[in-house]
Design a protein. Structure first.
Length: 348
């Protein structure tokens, strides 16, 4: 595979970290939970501002073992959470969950090439999977419904990027979930996106047709290795264990979505530079084919994976950040939709 192909795949996998509004650990109540399958894990719940029942919102961030809050080389703090949690903490119990063995806050490290990373730990390598993420979220819901004054008419699971793949699985596991929101996450087998990416590079002329086919053949060889040893935590592909890849692709997000009868919001960026929108488009088609009416599909045509837009206006590049707008759209949708298999009407 040529270097350009490796770079393309690396970007698909990792992308950029979020750099949203940072809130200190003191902003949250911290609980350490444990189950037989997940072992111990940490959840952080926004502290109630006013008394009375509030909806529960589980927010699932993207891939990687990054701390929720991290210090960059510049000395500034950023976060792996794309949502501006402070905007919604008054009206919701917002819950975030740390990755296995990963602290709430720490500094990133940098390779010689300048790439930011956070060192893996043994717990992360042994536990990180779709099942771990879904089961910890489900356990957090069960715990907080008993612990906090939760309005059980609104128990929302909202996932971003890889978290989007996890969110429908949580709702399959836990019948307390009333709404699912998925931002910029694939609908089909995650590994399929890399195949589509290789074909698109060849189709657009960035690489030759022969080079595209070599890339596809190389990918299939790697995928065969993953599925031959699906539980291996010692063998990796592109920085993640075979366990991680196999677990996230044994069932697809679309398969889990189709099992649900509660409202689902699926939000895409038309110019997503971290994955292709093509397999996201397929989800809507499949819901139509099966006559299911509980999926709302919203696309920001000019937005990338982080809802950043670039348009040329009067010969100049105009940049627009729609990240907060996309999250507010989701909140408005939650408040408008009924818990039935119907699409709500909300302002566009």
């Amino acid at each position: 595979m040529k270097k350009a192909g490796y770079i393309f795949l690396f970007l698909l996998l990792h992308g950029l970290l979020a750099a949203g509004q940072v809130f200190p650990k003191s902003f949250f109540e911290h609980y350490q939970l444990s189950t037989k399958k997940t072992k111990s894990f940490d959840i952080y719940v926004t502290k109630p501002v006013v008394k009375g029942p509030k909806p529960l919102l589980i927010y699932l961030d993207g891939s990687g073992n990054y701390p929720i809050e991290y210090k960059t080389k510049s000395g500034r703090y950023a976060t792996s959470i794309a949502m501006n949690i402070g905007r919604y903490a008054k009206d919701y119990y917002v819950v975030i969950i740390s990755k296995p063995g990963t602290p709430f806050s720490d500094s990133l490290q940098y390779s010689h090439s300048g790439r930011a990373f956070y060192p893996e730990n043994a717990s992360y390598k042994e536990l990180y999977s779709l099942n771990w993420r879904a089961e910890t979220a489900s356990a957090a819901i069960d715990f907080l419904v008993k612990k906090a004054d939760v309005d059980q008419n609104k128990v929302i699971v909202m996932g971003y990027s890889e978290g989007s793949q996890v969110a429908p699985r949580v709702a399959v596991l836990n019948k307390k979930v009333t709404h699912v929101v998925c931002f910029v996450g694939n609908a089909l087998n995650q590994l399929y996106d890399f195949l589509i990416g290789a074909r698109l590079q060849a189709y657009s002329g960035k690489i030759s047709a022969e080079e595209g086919q070599q890339m596809v053949d190389s990918l299939y060889r790697e995928y065969a290795k993953i599925y031959e040893k699906p539980t291996s935590v010692t063998e990796n592909w592109y920085g993640e264990s075979y366990l991680k890849w196999s677990s996230f692709t044994q069932t697809t997000p679309l398969e889990n979505m189709l099992k649900l009868h509660i409202p689902i919001l699926y939000v895409a960026g038309g110019r997503d530079n971290n994955q292709t929108i093509l397999d996201m488009d397929y989800a809507k088609l499949e819901f139509l084919r099966k006559g299911k009416k509980n999926l709302t599909y919203k696309v920001y045509p000019n937005a990338d994976h982080y809802f950043q837009e670039e348009k040329v206006v009067d010969g100049k590049v105009k940049k627009t950040d729609r990240l907060d707008e996309a999250h507010q759209y989701a909140i408005d949708w939650i408040n408008a939709v009924n818990q039935t298999e119907q699409t709500p009407t909300i302002d566009k």
